[in-house]
Design a protein around this ligand. Structure first.
Ligand SMILES: [Zn+2]
Length: 176
């Protein structure tokens, strides 16, 4: 089977190609209450599970990864408040919500502040890379069940420059 990432699993779940299914019969671990398994278009169980409550997709390979993260996720879900509305959209087809003019205005204000504070050109906002960055942040915000602090998610420049080298290295390897 080809390597599959969580994003494409989510897309395939949304499109109905993949389906979630019940836990294995005989699975008695408490954390299974929080998860469903996922099967591909040929009804093979893939090594991922989906949280019933927050729809997070987690990898699960009984031999390789074990169930520690699943157990933890299940434990945390008891503390965290259920926020149903934005989650149900995952199982219907993936649609982007319309952006309200109010939201757009907020972002526009932030863009002005960003350019002014950090002395960036207005063109920065129109860059494809910048757009991709914003999309990543929106996606993370959407899939997260709790508020995230910007300073927690952004890396400092040293980390970024170090990471550039490893990304470049991977790219080169893939091109060989
Ligand atoms: Zn969850």
């Amino acid at each position: 089977m080809s390597v599959i990432d969580k994003d494409s699993i989510r897309k395939k779940l949304d499109s109905g190609e993949f389906k979630s299914c019940d836990k294995p019969t005989g699975a008695s671990a408490g954390w299974w209450q929080s998860f469903k398994r996922i099967q591909d278009e040929k009804e093979n169980i893939i090594p991922f599970v989906i949280c019933i409550q927050c729809k997070t997709i987690l990898s699960y390979d009984a031999q390789k990864t074990g169930s520690k993260t699943l157990k933890l996720h299940h434990e945390n879900s008891k503390i965290r408040p259920a926020i149903a509305p934005k989650i149900t959209t995952h199982f219907t087809s993936q649609k982007y919500d319309k952006v309200s003019s109010e939201q757009k205005k907020k972002v526009l204000d932030s863009c002005v502040k960003f350019c002014a504070c950090d002395m960036r050109s207005f063109n920065t906002i129109n860059g494809r890379g910048f757009e991709a960055l914003v999309q990543t942040l929106l996606d993370i915000g959407h899939s997260s069940t709790h508020q995230i602090k910007a300073s927690d998610i952004l890396s400092d420049s040293t980390t970024i420059s170090r990471h550039v080298q490893s990304v470049a290295h991977d790219k080169r390897k893939n091109n060989l």
